[in-house]
Design a protein around this ligand. Sequence first.
Ligand code: NAG
Ligand code: NAG
Ligand code: NAG
Ligand code: NAG
Ligand code: CA
Ligand code: CA
Length: 445
Amino acid sequence: MESIFALIFLCVTGTHVSSSPGPLEDVVIDRYDIPRVCPREVQTGDFVRYHYNGTFTDGKKFDSSHERGAPFSGQVGLGRLITGLDRGVQGMCVNERRKVTVPPHLAYGSIGAGDVIPADTVLVFDVVLLDIWNTEDKVQTRTLSKPESCKRLVEATDFIRYHYNGTLLNGVPFDSSHSRNGTYDTYVGMGYLIKGMDEGLIGMCVGETRTIIIPPFLAYEEKGYGTVIPSQATLVFEVFMIDLFNPKDDIAVVVKEVPKTCTRKTVVGDYIRYHYNGTFQDGSGFDTSYQRNTNKVIEGLDEGLRGMCVGEKRVVIVPPHLGHGENGAKGVPSSAVLHFELELLDLQKGVPDGYMFVWLGDSPDPLFPAMDLNKDLSVPLEEFTAFINLQVAEGTGRLRPGMDADGIIKDMFNNQDRNSDGKIVAEELKLKVEEDSDKARHEEL
Ligand SMILES: *[C@@H]1O[C@H](CO)[C@@H](O)[C@H](O)[C@H]1NC(C)=O
Ligand SMILES: *[C@@H]1O[C@H](CO)[C@@H](O)[C@H](O)[C@H]1NC(C)=O
Ligand SMILES: *[C@@H]1O[C@H](CO)[C@@H](O)[C@H](O)[C@H]1NC(C)=O
Ligand SMILES: *[C@@H]1O[C@H](CO)[C@@H](O)[C@H](O)[C@H]1NC(C)=O
Ligand SMILES: [Ca+2]
Ligand SMILES: [Ca+2]
């Protein structure tokens, strides 16, 4: 079509005389299908993409973009189209259908075009507009919905997770994060995305839905993308922001409530019991629980639990690099920021890693006579239990907090009762003590 029109355009610029009676002076436009919403109309200088069928007035087809296998793309009003079509698509909006009847002097004149179009022929073009853009265009964004409070806006170098639906300007979808069952996760403003997306995502907040319209020169340009994005296509993204952080972020601690009396604050190694509500940035919950052991929590939470007193409530925000990272965890997606509402319920000084019982001062020396409370040279479990509980009660020893004391004591007893006859004798304890000083074993007396 382009080549025919270019050829003919040259011919048409000469004098033209209409020979048939009652000739058309100008193009006749029948806008037979106009979309309800028409945000933009074609103007001279715009680039357009459209499908068309070209017929004679008797309905016989002489050309069709469908038969050529691709819609026509070109710039309006600069002589790349026949004059009739340059005029005929003016004021058109995307998805509009119109019938443009072009008199010969605005088409192929008295010369015609090869053996396709005879001289002095009126042409009828059925046109549907698919895309419209201009080199002056900018990325357009429009917020569709947004949470009332927005603590933080997307900035360049942030890492974000979002859902999106991508369509062409005429509404035909080309891609969606939902089709992959996961969010799209990326750095923003660092060139990993098409230029228009890098720009259009800036300033969004978590929970916001935004439409981003990107002209082709800030998207996939002439190349297009695969079979889904044509050359020179305007792209429309609807984006829902799920999560946002910066790799430079540290944890954030917001103290909500501190009790009046606070005798001691948590330090590393303490045994604590706390309640927490875990949520993502969008407010959905991932976990609620009591947690017992600070050794096993994620780095950011471990840090966020320090310096807390019993009864205190705080919120700790943990970026993924101090949380479950790129791998995520059960119920936690890759690269998720975590919010914890914490309440400290109980705090006890702990025992060193790997120990079940520690002496707080010097241990009795010799140990066996001290353990053998009734001096019968034998220590059964009951006596051993009484001895250990006595140390705890008198403050000379401490059992690992947060565990079943009887269970720990039984384990300790079994460990000393070498021959498993249900009692410890002096010889067994001596063996054990020697072994321990050799191997510096954990967890025992
Ligand atoms: C052109 O003809 C095809 C069928 O051959 C039809 O699908 C299409 O709607 C017609 N009109 C336009 C503007 O493409
Ligand atoms: C997404 O999930 C649906 C249903 O759970 C499944 O049929 C589909 O194969 C999944 N797609 C991908 C890309 O994982
Ligand atoms: C995208 O489309 C899906 C379903 O087709 C819809 O649930 C979702 O809200 C749309 N928008 C975004 C930003 O994902
Ligand atoms: C967790 O959520 C429940 C229900 O909303 C609330 O009653 C409780 O105080 C919260 N716990 C913490 C530690 O904030
Ligand atoms: Ca005894
Ligand atoms: Ca024994």
